[in-house]
Design a protein around this ligand. Structure first.
Ligand code: ADP
Length: 162
């Protein structure tokens, strides 16, 4: 059974993440979304909220499971006996960091490959950060995040639907 881990902060999950996830689920027997509980980014949503959103949006994809992890990703990957890590690439600017990360992860666990999936063009501009910025300024993010996330963001920023 080929298992892949799709790690990230997912603060919150966007339709760009979901697109990568759906495509990855067609390539592997099982994909585990691994939500990072501790990293240098301060998150808007708690781990429980981020996990609940993710669980709601993947419930119809049978070979996708949602977990969270703390500490070193590669320790988690080895524990789950996964074969690959999935990462999404949006722009050249993602590349340098992802390249460094992939090489370091390869150094830490020789038998685990990082697989990069290119963003779909309609999501190339999309990140959790830009979504939060737009909502905080009352912008419309309809169609860019799952509905459950859209509602939670509006609530978080106390924005009433017009
Ligand atoms: P991290 O904090 O580890 O970068 P994110 O939650 O921001 O985690 O993203 C998780 C993964 O999803 C990363 O590989 C990121 O490049 C990818 N990703 C995020 N948004 C998109 C998008 N719009 N299209 C493709 N990949 C994306």
């Amino acid at each position: 059974m080929k298992i892949a881990i799709y790690p990230g902060t997912f603060d919150p999950v966007t339709n760009g993440h979901l697109d990568i996830l759906k495509r990855a689920s067609l390539l592997f027997d099982k994909v585990i979304v691994a939500i990072a509980t501790d990293n240098e980014k301060e998150s808007l949503f708690s781990i429980e909220e981020r996990r609940a959103f993710m669980e709601a949006v993947v419930k119809d994809i049978p070979n996708v499971a949602v977990e969270h992890f703390s500490g070193l990703l590669m320790h988690y990957v080895q524990k789950t006996q996964a074969h690959a890590i999935i990462r999404g690439l949006r722009a050249v600017s993602d590349f340098e960091y992802e390249f460094q990360l992939a090489l370091m992860n390869k150094k830490l666990a020789r038998d685990v490959e990082t697989i990069f999936l290119m963003t779909s063009s309609e999501y190339a501009f999309l990140s959790s950060t830009i979504i939060k910025q737009v909502v905080s300024l009352n912008g419309n993010i309809h169609g860019l995040v799952p509905e459950i996330v859209e509602e939670a963001l509006k609530e978080k920023f106390n924005w009433e639907r017009e």
